[in-house]
Design a binder for this molecule. Structure first.
Ligand SMILES: NC(=O)C1=CN([C@@H]2O[C@H](COP(=O)(O)OP(=O)(O)OC[C@H]3O[C@@H](n4cnc5c(N)ncnc54)[C@H](O)[C@@H]3O)[C@@H](O)[C@H]2O)C=CC1
Ligand SMILES: O=C(CO)COP(=O)(O)O
Length: 339
């Protein structure tokens, strides 16, 4: 892959797709480096506000946006024009909607970076597989951003770590260089599919942690739940994409831990509301943010009908969210299966 990054010449030109928390945090990180960003968001009101007041009023509103380097727009084709990189940072359920009007030709010669930790609903595909099918982007131009990193902590410039995965080592290194800054360390790796699936799975586990928390289970139970979840993730990822990998790395275990224990976690918060007795609609209405695990659990459950991996935690979350099973009963059932 050939890019201008790191040559010390022109700034890298990048398109950011998404106006939520993670997109805002990534724009902040990129602004630390020699990158110009065309930032697409669907909300005209949010875009106008950023142009006038230099911050995103709906997400991470304390983050100052450097509008000399960052141009906000609401027309996706404008955002795609002339850029070398595209970062996808909307929840997976909205990617197709966000890319309305974009076709394969708009992706020509661009590197695509998925910052999404979710599955495309219905297609039940990883985002990189879906982008490759829909727009013909080849594997060596595709990467993912992973690792335990909450947007809220990026906003506060708390020391964070990202893992950049691509099948092409030079692509992973280029993207890692784009995102490395004062408060973010980045590591390039090659296990793109294992990392993508693990990131999807950890959101489902965070839902389970939240549900048990909402039901009144304590830290002792949660520690056992998370340890068993790690084994469940290992079984699934090894079945679907066998490869030698160390799941104790921060892109796997680290991401599971941050989402299972952090008060910033969207998925844990959503699960907690469900455990406390909220309906799905009322839990969604309570949060201004999207819990990817809600969509992902359906995809993973359906994929696993083919794979047949033993995944009692995924099954329990699926039954609670999609079969209207009572959280108390499902977690009681799970209690006997954990070790
Ligand atoms: N927030 C975080 O700390 C991190 C998030 N991620 C991932 O980044 C992705 C984006 O998540 P967040 O920025 O947290 O989302 P968010 O919940 O902060 O923002 C929601 C985003 O979805 C868009 N949206 C909502 N409803 C929509 C609709 N009906 N149609 C089209 N767009 C709609 C909003 O405009 C906004 O861009 C997810 O896959 C998440 O897993 C990954 C790492 C960290
Ligand atoms: O993936 C994330 C942080 O690494 C964000 O997801 P949660 O907000 O659900 O934890």
């Amino acid at each position: 892959m050939k890019t201008q990054h790191g040559t010390g010449q022109l700034p890298v030109r990048l398109t950011m797709v998404g106006g939520g928390s993670w997109a805002t945090a990534l724009v902040k990180i990129l602004s630390e480096n020699n990158v110009t960003v065309k930032w697409w968001m669907r909300s005209e009101a949010d875009a106008d506000h950023i142009k006038r007041y230099h911050h995103n009023k709906s997400y991470l509103s304390d983050v100052q946006i450097n509008t000399r380097k960052v141009r906000v727009c609401t027309r996706i084709r404008d955002a795609f024009r002339d850029s070398e990189y595209v970062i996808l940072a909307v929840p997976a359920a909205f990617v197709a909607d966000a890319l309305t009007g974009i076709n394969a030709s708009h992706f020509t010669d661009k590197c695509v970076i998925s910052a999404i930790k979710g599955m495309i609903p219905g297609a039940n595909q990883l985002v990189t597989d879906w982008v490759s099918d829909q727009y013909g982007v080849s594997a060596e131009r595709m990467s993912v951003i992973a690792g335990p990193c909450h947007a809220e902590e990026v906003a506060l410039e708390k020391q964070s770590y990202l893992t950049i995965a691509s099948q092409d080592p030079s692509c992973a290194e280029d993207v890692a260089a784009l995102l490395r800054c004062r408060f973010v360390q980045t590591t390039p790796v090659d296990d793109i599919y294992g990392i993508e699936y693990a990131a999807v799975m950890k959101n489902i586990i965070a839902l389970a942690c939240g549900i048990t928390h909402g039901l009144g289970y304590g830290d002792n139970f949660q520690a056992v739940l998370v340890s068993n979840a790690m084994q469940e993730i290992r079984r699934f990822v090894d079945a679907i994409y066998p490869k030698h990998r160390d799941l104790s790395g921060s892109a796997y275990l680290g991401d599971l831990l941050v989402t299972a224990y952090s008060p910033f976690s969207r998925n844990r918060t959503f699960g907690t509301l469900i455990g406390r007795g909220y309906t799905i609609q009322s839990a969604q209405a309570e949060m201004n943010m999207i819990a990817e695990g809600y969509y992902a659990v359906k995809s993973i459950y359906e994929i696993n009908r083919r794979c047949g991996v033993d995944m009692p935690i995924v099954d329990a979350v699926y039954k609670i969210l999609y079969d209207r099973a009572a959280p108390t009963g499902e977690m009681n059932g799970l209690k006997g299966l954990l070790k």
